[in-house]
Structures are given as structure tokens and as C-alpha cells.
Design a protein. Structure first.
Length: 477
């Protein structure tokens, strides 16, 4: 008789199939099922020899194949499909079974599902997983949230499946309710900003300095040897150096310039607005994708809002270094903003997030893995509150050193009409942050003028209103 499975994986597209193979490869017995049975059959036909799989076509057979209390990992499209799969599973489950949603679910959905399943006597873990196809197979970064007891039941499996860095698994319990999915959402937001910054650096090298894709790929490969060392810089070099088999051109030159998105970046920005966090880099990255997707309008605008492109300037070592420095400084701002959002969300929702632990589990397996996450881990290491990563010695010195080059690059981009929304907004945030007195005094004056909204004064406490359009006198509000 086949041994009962240690875990069930429902949903066998890119992520589910590879996580199932990962678990089986580590010696766990894995029950597998998918709505469309062909995926199940394909997985077994192609990879069944890699470990102990128990394929099932029906939900009842799938559930019956798993040892109780059953850990069932759902890896389906986020949104209504997750609820649909949960409803299908419920009649077959026993009290205490654990449903784990490993997709990119919205954290408020996770909180709702957690309460719903708890009310029915089941346990629920909302877990962010990052690493894409390869990470899922060889070791992703895993961000489980929900009840600690439920996580503890699956921790021995997940910590073995996760990527390992310096002997530590890239998996830790994040916090209650939707905390795991919230953290994954912000991870993806940072991923958006990181990728937008990379795209802008590519555009600067291409449009300002006239370099072709393979040459830019070489520059990224070189940058990957230094402080920018990261998975995204590494794969940027590979993408830029790839030749299209059918045209002989660089592949990137024949890919349409319309970025798609599945929602996590947008959710991160929405949450930042709700929480009052100035999350400019990620939000600009979301808007840049939106603008890119309006290709028809951009084509029309190019013909109407004619702009004489200045000739490309020499790609000197100094010019390339200025772009690298601007990219690094902007990236630091993006991470500083993302981590501030995590802190504010943690305080707002009472999650007690350990930000150093997040940097630790993002060092391996995930899409934003990067050498400098070690620095973020150090910054949060002693548990003392961090107002902004930009105030921490390593990052403060890094942005101060990069600043002249960063400012020069942004200035040149603006002068030449090359859009750099993420570079520019990161610099604007930096300039705004380090300015003890900005121009919002005028905003307050205007608000008070048209709406009697009142203002505070520097020289005395309290709120005041000026009768702007009447006798001009000031009254205490
Ligand atoms: N791809 C990636 O790099 C990453 C993805 N994720 C997240 O992981 C989850 C899975 O991603 P991925 O593997 O790419 O798969 P997809 O997001 O492309 O989803 C496809 C899977 O969802 C199933 N599905 C869709 N609708 C339903 C439904 N109503 N009922 C049952 N099953 C349904 C499909 O079944 P069928 O085959 O029958 O159509 C298939 O198994 C998603 O939430 C995604 O956002 C997280 C990290 C990285
Ligand atoms: O979670 C992921 C990586 O971490 C997924 O690849 C996700 O789909 C990326 O987001 P988008 O599709 O919006 O670019």
C-alpha cells in the first residue's frame, strides 16, 4: 500500500508543480492534483521518477491520500480560485487539517479566509512564496503567516524546501493573519521598483549614450560584481545578451515595450496611500508599467509632441559609473521606503514584524535577493527601532557618496527628454526627506484661505485661522 502523503499540493502550474517536485526531491511523499487533470498526468509522466508522488484526479481521492492532520498547499491563481478550491476541499477535510495558500493573495483576503476557516475548526496559513519557477524547484523564499501552531506543523517541511543561506533557511513565521501575504506583497512592490530602476538604467545607456543591448548586458554583468550584486542585475545581463533566433537581433529589441502586471505592486501602493507612507519609488514603477501599457497613445504622442532627440553622448567610464551610482542610490531609497511601509503596517495591524528576519529570508531564493540585504539585516539586527534605512551608517554613506553622480544623471536625463520616473522620484524623495523646512507652509495657507482648514504656527502652539478675504485678522481655532 502507498504511504500516506506528507503534504498535498493542489494547483500544478509553474509554482505548484515545482514546489511539489521540490518537496518530493527532499524525500517527502506528495499528493498532487489540479483542476485540469492533464497537468497532474504531465507532472507524473515527466517527473514522477524524481520522488514519491501520489497523483489524484478527484478532490476526495486527493484528500484521502494525505496523512492527518493534512497540510494542503494551494497554488492556484489568486482571488476567487482560492476560495473555490477551499470550498471544494472543505467537505473532505477533518478538524485540524491545515490549508496553506501559497499564491499571491491579497492580505485582506487571507485575513478573511483565516477567520472563516478557524470558525469551521480548520487551520490556515497564508504564505508568500518567491523565486519563480527555478526558486520553487530548488529552494524559494517562503513567508508563512497565520497561527504559529499551524505553521509549526509544516515548518519542518518548508524549512527544508526553502533556499538556504549560510546554513539558515529562507523561511520563517512572519506574523498572524495576512502578515505573510502582506510581506510578500511588499517584496513584489520592491521587485517592481528594482526592475523599473534597471529598465531606466538600460534606457539611459541606450538612449543617452547609444549603446546596444549586448554592450549594455556586459555593463550589467560588470555591475553584478560590485555592490549591485543581485539576481535581478544578473538576469538583466542575460536578457540583454540574448539573440533572437528568428531575426538575429537582440531579443530585447523585438519584445514589445508594454509591461503587464498581476496586481501586487498596485496593492502595495494602495496600502501605502492608506497607511500614509511616502512610497514613491514603487508607486512610480506601477505608473510606469501603466504608461507603458498605453502603447497606442504613446505612438500618437510621439508624432504630436515632437521632440528633437539630442545626439548620443560618449559612453565614458565616468558616464557609466554615474548611472550605476544613481541606480544604487535609487535602489536604496526604494528599499528604505518599502521597509518603512512594512514597519508602519506592522504597527497598524499589530503584527510585530521582525524586519531583520525579512531581510534574512530574502537573501536567498526570492526575486529580489541581493548582496545588500545583508546590510539591511545588520541595520535591523539589534532590534532597535530604525526610523529610515537611509539614516543607518552604511546606507547614509552610500547615498551621500552617490549623490553628485545621481543628481548629474537625473539632470542629464531631464535635459535630454529621457524619462526616469523612478530615478527622479527617488532623488526627489531624498531631497524632500532631508529638508527640515519644505514648502507645505504655503499649502496650509492656501487650504486655510479657501476652506478655513486652519494652520499651525512655528512660534506658538495651537491651530489658527486667518480671515483672508474679510478683515485679514488671525483667530485662534
Ligand atoms: N509564476 C510565478 O513566478 C509566481 C507565482 N506566484 C503565485 O503563485 C500562484 C500560482 O502561480 P502559477 O503557478 O504561476 O499559476 P497561475 O497563477 O498561472 O494559475 C494557474 C493555476 O491556477 C489554477 N486555477 C485557476 N483557476 C482555478 C479555479 N477556479 N479552480 C481551480 N484551479 C484554478 C489552474 O488550474 P488549471 O490548470 O485547471 O487551469 C492552474 O493550476 C499565483 O497566486 C501566483 O500569483 C507566486 C510567486 C511566483
Ligand atoms: O510573485 C512573483 C515574483 O515574486 C510573480 O512572478 C508575480 O507574477 C510578479 O508580479 P507581476 O506579474 O505583477 O510582474
Amino acid at each position: 500500500m502507498t504511504k500516506l502523503a506528507d503534504i498535498g499540493v493542489y494547483g500544478l502550474a509553474t509554482m505548484g508543480a515545482n514546489l511539489a517536485r521540490n518537496a518530493a526531491g527532499k524525500g517527502f511523499t506528495v499528493a498532487v492534483a489540479n483542476r485540469n487533470h492533464e497537468r497532474t498526468d504531465e507532472l507524473i509522466a515527466e517527473h514522477g521518477h524524481e520522488g514519491a508522488f501520489v497523483p489524484a484526479h478527484g478532490i476526495a481521492d486527493f484528500v484521502a491520500a494525505i496523512a492527518t492532520p493534512r497540510p494542503i498547499l494551494i497554488m492556484v491563481k489568486a482571488g476567487a480560485p482560492v476560495d473555490a478550491v477551499i470550498e471544494e476541499l472543505l467537505p473532505h477535510l477533518d478538524q485540524g487539517d491545515i490549508i496553506i495558500d501559497g499564491g499571491n493573495s491579497l492580505f485582506t483576503d487571507t485575513a478573511r479566509r483565516n477567520a472563516y476557516l478557524k470558525g469551521k475548526g480548520f487551520r490556515f496559513v497564508g504564505m508568500g512564496v518567491s523565486g519563480g519557477e527555478e526558486g520553487a524547484l530548488i529552494g524559494p523564499s517562503m513567508m508563512p503567516g497565520g497561527e504559529v501552531e499551524a505553521y509549526e506543523r509544516v515548518a519542518p517541511m518548508f524549512t527544508r524546501m526553502a533556499a538556504q543561506v549560510d546554513g539558515e533557511p529562507c523561511c520563517t513565521h512572519i506574523g498572524p493573519d495576512g502578515a505573510g501575504h502582506y510581506v510578500k506583497m511588499v517584496h513584489n512592490g520592491i521587485e517592481y521598483a528594482d526592475m523599473q530602476l534597471i529598465a531606466e538604467a538600460y534606457d539611459l545607456l541606450k538612449t543617452l549614450h547609444g549603446l546596444d543591448a549586448p554592450a549594455i548586458g556586459e555593463i550589467f554583468a560588470e555591475w553584478n560584481k560590485g555592490e549591485l550584486d543581485s539576481y535581478l542585475i544578473e538576469i538583466t545581463a542575460e536578457v540583454l545578451k540574448k539573440t533572437d533566433a528568428s531575426t538575429g537581433k537582440p531579443l530585447v529589441d523585438v519584445i514589445t515595450d508594454e509591461a503587464e502586471q498581476k496586481g501586487t505592486g498596485l496593492w502595495t501602493s494602495k496600502s501605502a496611500l492608506d497607511l500614509g507612507v511616502p512610497l514613491t519609488a514603487i508607486t512610480e514603477a506601477v505608473f510606469a508599467r501603466v504608461l507603458s501599457s498605453r502603447r497606442g497613445q504613446r505612438i500618437e504622442a510621439e508624432g504630436l509632441l515632437v521632440h528633437a532627440k539630442p545626439p548620443a553622448t560618449l559612453a565614458s567610464d565616468e558616464a557609466i559609473e554615474a548611472i550605476r551610482a544613481g541606480l544604487y542610490a535609487s535602489k536604496i531609497v526604494a528599499y528604505a521606503q518599502g521597509f518603512q511601509q512594512l514597519q508602519v503596517a506592522s504597527d497598524e495591524y499589530g503584527w510585530n514584524l521582525k524586519l531583520g528576519d525579512l531581510a534574512t529570508i530574502w537573501r536567498g531564493g526570492c526575486i529580489i535577493r541581493a548582496r545588500f540585504l545583508n546590510r539591511i539585516r545588520e541595520a535591523y539586527g539589534d532590534g532597535a527601532p530604525v526610523s529610515s534605512l537611509l539614516f543607518e551608517p552604511y546606507f547614509r554613506e552610500a547615498v551621500l557618496a552617490a549623490e553628485p553622480k545621481w543628481r548629474k544623471v537625473v539632470g542629464e536625463a531631464i535635459a535630454a527628454g529621457v524619462p526616469t520616473p523612478a530615478f527622479s522620484s527617488a532623488l526627489a524623495y531624498y531631497d524632500g526627506l532631508r529638508r527640515a523646512r519644505g514648502p507645505a507652509n504655503l499649502l496650509q495657507g492656501l487650504r486655510d484661505y479657501f476652506g478655513a482648514h486652519t494652520y499651525g504656527r512655528l512660534d506658538k502652539p495651537g491651530k489658527y485661522h486667518t480671515r483672508w478675504a474679510q478683515d485679514g485678522s488671525e483667530v485662534k481655532a
